[in-house]
Write a protein that binds this ligand. Sequence first.
Ligand code: MCN
Ligand code: MOS
Length: 798
Amino acid sequence: MNHGLDVLINRRELLQLMAAGATSGALPAVALAASGPATADAPAGAPAGSDALGADTPRIDGTLKVTGRAPYAIEHQVENLVHGVLVQSTIASGRVARMEASKARAAPGVLAVYTPGNAPRILPASVYTKGGAATEAFLPLQDDRVLWNGQHIAFVVAETLEQAMEAAHLIEVEYETSTAVLDAGDAQAPVVPVDALDVSWGDAQAAMQQADVKVHGVYTTPREYNLPIELHACIAAWQGDELTVWEPSQWVGGAGAVIAEWMGIPVEKVHIVSPFIGGGFGSKVSPHPHVAITCAAARALGRPVKTSLTRQQTFTGYGGRPRTHQELTLGARRDGTLVAIHHRSWNETAMEDIHQEPCNAVTPLMYAVPNFSSRHSLRRAHTVNPGWLRAPGETPSAYALETAMDELSYELGIDPLELRLKNYAEADPEAKVPWTTRQLKEAYAAGAQAFGWARRPPQPRSMREGRELIGWGMATGTYPVRRTPGQARITLCQDGRIEVRSAGVDLGTGTYTILSQTVADALNVPTGQIDVILGDTSLPLAPLAGGSQLANVLVGAVHKGALALRAELLRIAATDARSPLRHARAAELVLADGKVLSSRTPEMAMAFGALLRATRRDKVDIDADTFSEGAGPEERYQANRTFKKMVSPTAGGVSAHAWSAQFVEVRVDEDFGTVRVRRMVGAFDSGRVFNPRLARSQWMGGMIMGLGQALLEDGVFDPRTGRVVSASLADYLVAVNADVPAITTISVGVPDLKATALGGKAVGELGIVGVAAAISNAVYHATGKRVRDLPITMEKLV
Ligand code: MCN
Ligand code: MOS
């Protein structure tokens, strides 16, 4: 056995070495200077070879995932289960005039056909902007109105999935159509100003008049979709007046609150189970309308109901990132100093629901500029309400700003990186407070060096290889450090195992792994001795795995708990009358390799479990949290169920953000206009990194999503009907392995103890921000063509 494992590891190492060699061999001649670490640097402090916090270790849930023992929500086995299938509208605006469901009701195995005429009642839930936890106010089948093409209008429940699908096809619908606003850019689209998002200082208009040089651009991004591998699908089961929902969720507490409101029952009666999730990227922050009708039908029928949206239905069953439109003007002096930024933007939202994609999330933050004005508004269209998608706001914002900065660099004849350094913000320009840490200069330097930026010829179209034009581009990214308090419980059991419990989830990010590393670190035990239990409302409360906050919140709570457990173990060893170590002096006792021992008599080392048995204890439980001293039940409830307790990045007179610099090489086929990204280098300041392998995987994942956003992703709708045309993975293109080049990630962060308990900053959302601009800038450098409408497809280049 052992022998086999050795061989495996050696083979893998060998393959990695070969892969590394092959990559550098394939690097283009123009890029010889490109080098740098292939993986993120391990931060100082991680003991070599250990699996403690900071160590580069694989995911502890990895084996479960690859052996099929990490089931999705709807793979859960439930007795007596029936199946729900949704029917969606085929018009964008109007009402359901008549629905002929008698054939469907008579079809074999059918238990119920719910229409706007007979659907069980669903009560409104408070949406998050007002402090609740839902992302949309729409309630399915509660009236006959149709507000977008692809809206849920009927729900069929049958004994088998096939019977439900068959019956769903037998439903005939007649509509009364009314005029739809399909294009949010149209003059008749209702406009919703969002005054709270206005940012201004100085006098941007006046200063712009005086500027030596101005660049002005209109930048647009299309609808983009989250497309997690695991579809949005749930099982709802009632036991009397209590409800259990197996629902893939980024936030079980929030999901429980929404579902309780929908069903009109106390929140304590709802149990959400979500231990493993097949990705969400923002779309699983809140349960969507199909969950409401599933829970309501399960109650009406007295049977557990399972519902899965089809892939096609996910395009209109909930929303992705909305279309955005930005007009941005930069004014500068000849020497490159910015004098004014003027920014107007809007995003598409639904007719009766609000989603904000604040396109000015990054604009006021990045550069030292004395005059600034930005205003963001929403424009309504007949569409499903858009939603969150990785770095909502920051992604389009950085795309426009960082493209405009590139345009300015050419206008001035200054290197794009130099221009950014020239306008470097030493403090938060909007809040006018110091950064907690800003290792952005370090990111520029490390990224530029690894990429070989110094060797970039300034002129567009100055590098080519055969038919391919080569371009180099760069851009900056940032993501705020958000914080909502959370809790964890640590239990030492008699058999020596340590259990960590929290309601927080692991989206595929690595929460399980970093929490076990946190305990391993504080207690000096191998991670193999630790079990982490996550994603269930019966566990200690936690905020959403969203806004890139969960890792820092939970690591903080678990670390506190582990230190308390350590103190408790030492106390028991030194003071319990039955402890074999009671004669040792407390100061001499240490924890090593899962044992308590006295440095003077190491031969008397006692395993943690043995100490509990000797002192007749079943277990030791420790509760810990990141709440401030004396936080009451109301505060804890709000943190668990609403957004009210999320601490702003500028709380406490400092400004906490993560930063990045992205460098990209593209090859553009001059005849066909096809763009291939050939290499990407991302340098990141995420503060202290808890696990370099997982952080690299997160940053890379973000960079790959950014590549898709820049070149492929395009949510197209039919301008005549509002039908989403690209509603499949064949029509809505995302980056796949063949699109993904060599990616280098570099960590330049330092522990930021003003930002979070253990000094980490945001990781999960940071990787995507700035990537689309870097690619777009590289395409300009290659071709001399500026494309300001994503994605950059071939027809825009030829
Ligand atoms: N990490 C670290 N050091 C830190 C902080 C984080 O090593 N200082 C690593 C950890 O492995 C941690 C991960 O990065 O588990 C993400 O941490 P964090 O940035 O706190 O993000 P959250 O845990 O809050 O996860 C949510 C975040 C968001 S908001 C989106 S959107 C997104 C993302 O994570 N969706 C994802 N990454 C995703 N990754 C996967 N596989 N699937 C998704 O749906
Ligand atoms: Mo991330 S879009 O905040 O879930």
